[in-house]
Design a protein around this ligand. Structure first.
Ligand code: GLA
Length: 393
């Protein structure tokens, strides 16, 4: 089976409710769901005031909950044995288990907005977002938690504020200095739309994507990454140094000529990082235009250039990601591939392949067979259409 089926939300909800009954002997009164995301183009530039073009995918984190009449949350996930017990009437601390950091960070966001204390509850988390697949399972957990907290408090935040609250949770409690892409995608996702986010203004623009002849394939290398291990923060620091060398306050005011002029004083590494940033901002603007005008040959070149730049200049790809992209490139336009590249933070994770729906099965089979032949790993491949962002079921 090359293309894996996506579990419908109703099935995930039934699973979570059954676990809630089993572990806490309660019927769920609230069910919150938030999707993961895949980014079509615009990588590692959300923290550089750039543009990004993600979509919310048909893979979710879902939380089923019921009040427990106390001032604590008791939470279990089907991915771990350990239960998290979190007080909801005092400042949040970074305590085990690790997955609870994201939730504690979100609760702290509600506390700092005086939506506090939250009523105590018991909950079960289930997930169809592959962990470590570069598909923002952490943002999905943050947004599902925030959506659940909104429901518990009966106090609903503006979508942008909710996404920013989740991003701060990731910064302060998971210690990943991420940009705004993942949380925005999970919060603002809309059925049949990509989200073009202007990361300078923080404004999302919806780009229609409903042509049934187009399919987005996501291929997980099964090589895991950890954004807390320093590679991500180091890249972010390099871009800050690059901008300082340019003497500008925003990458949006920088041109490739500026970067070339500053090449010597930047040094090779910061120069290449800077070249990626300026090039990727331009490519993302052009890619959104190419999509709006059905110019798929232009889109394919832009996605290819993005991958090359992430591999050589930004150095966040890896052999497994490169291999999946090479296999897709070999299949090429004739074989129905309209573009392929690594997606997300990198250092493992997934690739995104835009393809003709009629060829999707064959493309997935070739990706799986050729990848397995060279790595002895079976990639997890699924197709996704853009779905609705975080919501209560
Ligand atoms: C991770 C971060 C995002 C973004 C991407 C790279 O997913 O969480 O903010 O920087 O990497 O584009």
């Amino acid at each position: 089976m090359s293309i894996q089926p996506n579990t419908p939300l109703s099935e995930l909800a039934a699973e979570a409710k059954a676990h809630l009954r089993h572990f806490y002997d309660k019927e769920a009164t609230l069910v919150a769901a938030a999707p993961g995301r895949v980014n079509l183009i615009g990588e590692h530039i959300d923290y550089c005031d750039g543009f990004v073009l993600p979509l919310a995918i048909n893979r979710h984190i879902l939380i089923a909950a019921a009040p427990n009449g106390t001032s604590r949350a008791r939470i279990r996930t089907t991915c771990d044995e350990e239960e998290a017990v979190i007080p909801l009437d005092q400042p949040q601390e970074i305590l085990a288990p690790k997955w609870s950091h994201y939730m504690r960070g979100v609760f702290e966001g509600f506390r700092s907005r005086s939506i506090w204390p939250l009523p105590g509850f018991d909950a079960i988390i289930v997930s169809s977002v592959p962990n470590g697949g570069g598909l923002s399972s952490s943002a999905a957990l943050e947004l599902a938690t925030a959506t659940l907290a909104e429901g518990l408090a009966d106090n609903f935040l503006d979508t942008k504020e909710k996404a920013l609250l989740a991003q701060k949770a990731e910064h302060d409690f998971a210690k990943v200095p991420c940009g705004i892409m993942d949380q925005f995608a999970s919060a603002f996702g809309k059925k049949d739309h990509l989200i073009l986010i202007d990361c300078q203004t923080g404004e999302p623009e919806l780009v229609p994507f409903h042509d049934p002849d187009l399919t987005i394939l996501v291929s997980n290398t099964m090589v895991s990454h950890d954004l807390t291990d320093g590679g991500y923060a180091a890249r972010r620091k390099d871009t800050e140094d690059g901008l300082a060398h340019l003497g500008k306050s925003s990458w949006r005011d920088a041109t490739m000529a500026d970067v070339e002029a500053a090449r010597k004083k930047m040094g090779d590494r910061v120069y290449r990082r800077s070249r990626h940033v300026v090039g990727e901002i331009e490519r993302t603007i052009q890619a959104a235009e190419a999509l709006k005008t059905d110019n798929y040959s232009a889109l394919a070149s832009l996605m290819a250039a993005s991958h090359t730049s992430l591999r050589d200049d930004f150095e966040v790809s890896c052999a497994e990601l490169d291999l999946l992209v090479e296999i897709a490139d070999e299949i090429g336009f004739e074989g129905g591939v309209l573009g392929a590249r690594m997606t997300g933070g990198g250092f493992g994770g997934s690739t995104v392949t835009l393809c003709r729906t009629e060829h999707a099965r064959d493309i997935a089979a070739t990706l799986e067979d050729s990848y397995r032949a060279k790595t002895h790993l079976t990639p997890q491949i699924f197709a996704s259409r853009p779905v609705q962002g975080a919501h209560l079921l």
